[in-house]
Design a protein around this ligand. Structure first.
Ligand code: VGL
Ligand code: ZN
Length: 202
């Protein structure tokens, strides 16, 4: 068992990010048994869940004429327009059936504000609106985080970068994460995490 100051944050292991899902990450389901095994080592486990309303601004379908995976400009900066995914209450938003959710102390939903996307588990994409996770972890006396999940180059990486900026000691389990890898996004985010002092393991 790891010390009580350590937490495992499992990012978005949901049907829509697994093979057959609306925004499938290739091989996304390959991490599930490893993540289940890792959860058993931690006294604090948080699962995040991407949780969008149907009218969410990050969906290409809500921008007439826009193609999925194209870019748009939001008031807070550039934003990828995604295929419709993880709609609140849909089967795609459910956790993958193979992930053991019973081990989670907290399930944190994010991306529920129609006008702002939220890759990070800590801050929405305006880099200002907080999700509450930092307060929760601080209240529990947690200082060291291990992250795993989907997708390495979006929600995992943005969560890891924010966590490092907030002062946590951060490890990303690369072997228990899988990437979307669009236009070199995996290499770019790996370099940013490396530069931020995040340990990339596996
Ligand atoms: C994610 C794109 C859109 C992720 C979520 O979990 O990495 N990526 N929403
Ligand atoms: Zn999303």
């Amino acid at each position: 068992m790891r010390p009580a100051t350590d937490a495992l944050i499992v990012i978005d292991v949901q049907n829509d990010f697994c093979p057959g899902g609306a925004l499938a990450v290739s091989d996304g389901d390959a991490i599930l048994s490893g993540v289940n095994a890792l959860m058993a080592e931690f006294g604090a486990v948080v699962l995040t869940q991407d949780w969008h309303p149907a009218d969410h601004a990050s969906f290409a379908a809500n921008h007439p004429g826009a193609a999925p995976f194209s870019m748009t400009e939001m008031p807070y900066g550039p934003q990828v327009l995604w295929p419709t995914h993880c709609v609140q209450g849909s089967a795609g938003a459910d956790f993958h059936p193979a992930i053991d959710t019973s081990r989670a102390d907290l399930i944190l939903r994010k991306g529920f504000r129609p006008a702002i996307d939220s890759y990070s588990a800590f801050f929405e994409n305006d880099h200002n609106t907080q999700t509450g996770l930092d307060g929760y972890l601080r209240d529990r006396g947690i200082s060291k985080l291990v992250l795993a999940g989907l997708a390495t180059d979006y929600c995992v990486a943005y969560s890891a970068l924010d966590a490092a900026r907030l002062g946590y000691e951060v490890t990303v389990r690369m072997d228990l994460s899988r990437a979307i890898d669009m236009d070199g996004s995996l290499a770019a985010m790996q370099a940013r995490m490396d530069a931020a002092g995040i340990r990339l393991q596996g």
